[in-house]
Design a protein around this ligand. Structure first.
Ligand SMILES: C[S@@+](CC[C@H](N)C(=O)[O-])C[C@H]1O[C@@H](n2cnc3c(N)ncnc32)[C@H](O)[C@@H]1O
Length: 299
């Protein structure tokens, strides 16, 4: 397995109870998805799922009843295969595409990163190295993996998962190796600053895979809360009302600023037209809830 695949595969395999534990959330998503595609004026032929992973958040039977052709894509192909079997379906009911949505795998970014950083001694060198690598990575488009466009593109929470998360693991290794603290901070800061261009490129690529009358449905993780904290209680009390959640979101952003999950949606709103949104609670694990903003876009 390549580095990005291995990293994500380990996360995807870290909790095998998710399919059971996410049942209510999965049903809520199916309802949101079914409502969204009701407005489609064309024959519902082709659906592309990006970030399918274990498919624990997708009711594949429901999806199959709605589309003639379904393409499931992720860098972690093994988890997609297990996810299909877990839902008692056959692999050839779907087209599976192993793709890296960022272009960083093609340039072997994580294969070389640690060794390359260890010989760099100035902030300037690190900054220009990361900028050059990002430019090179973004010249590879994952769109090449697909020979057709889609009526519906469904994106499960991915903005917070692309690249940055994995670079923080490299930071941890650098800290253990007692690498210069200031240079580690520069490394993290530069990667964070590069994320908007990586996310924008991903969104542009998604838009280019959509049919003229199609829909993009995006799930983005916005808040993370401990199940026993007061913020989590506030979310639970507000979740049924889009207005109350929008207010909570605004207040949160005024205090803490925007994260990658917000940025992904803001970037897509500059590329496509937002039709509707809703808020959902994703019971991520025993201790943590994620709050998801689910948004429907059209061209
Ligand atoms: C939070 S998970 C989404 C949940 C998933 N649908 C499930 O039920 O397991 C994000 C997914 O994005 C995938 N991913 C992360 N970085 C990727 C990349 N660069 N290219 C393609 N897929 C990536 C991961 O493998 C993971 O399956």
């Amino acid at each position: 397995m390549n580095r990005i695949e291995q990293f994500n595969h380990d996360i995807n395999q870290s909790d095998l109870n998710r399919y059971e534990n996410w049942k209510i959330y999965r049903n809520q998503l199916s309802r949101f998805f079914d409502d969204a595609i009701k407005s489609l004026k064309i024959d519902q032929n082709r659906c592309l799922v990006l970030g399918a992973g274990n498919c624990d958040d997708i009711d594949l039977k429901n999806l199959k009843s709605k589309f003639n052709h379904i393409n499931l894509s992720d860098i972690d192909i093994e988890s997609m295969k297990q996810g299909i079997t877990r839902q008692d379906l056959k692999l050839d009911d779907f087209t599976l595409v192993k793709a890296d949505f960022t272009g960083f795998q093609d340039i072997l970014f994580f294969e070389n990163l640690l060794d390359d950083l260890l010989i760099m001694k100035t902030s300037h060198k690190i900054e220009s190295y990361l900028k050059d690598k990002t430019k090179l990575a973004l010249s590879n488009s994952f769109v090449e993996n697909y020979t057709q466009t889609y009526d519906v593109i469904f994106i499960t929470p991915i903005y917070t998962q692309l690249i940055y998360h994995q670079t923080l693991k490299i930071s941890e290794v650098l800290k253990e190796m007692e690498y210069n603290k200031k240079l580690i901070a520069i490394f993290e800061q530069t990667m964070l600053e590069l994320m908007p261009s990586i996310i924008n490129q991903f969104n542009e690529n998604v838009a280019s895979l959509l049919d003229v009358n199609g829909l993009v449905i995006i799930l983005s993780d916005i808040f993370q809360s401990q199940k026993n904290d007061t913020f989590n209680q506030q979310i639970i009390q507000s979740i049924q009302s889009i207005e109350a959640m929008d207010q909570l979101y605004q207040k949160y952003n005024e205090t803490y600023g925007y994260g990658l999950g917000d940025f992904g949606l803001m970037s897509m709103s500059n590329i496509m037209k937002e039709l509707k949104h809703e808020w959902l609670i994703w019971p991520f694990d025993q201790k943590i809830n994620m709050t998801i903003k689910a948004v429907i876009y059209t061209k």
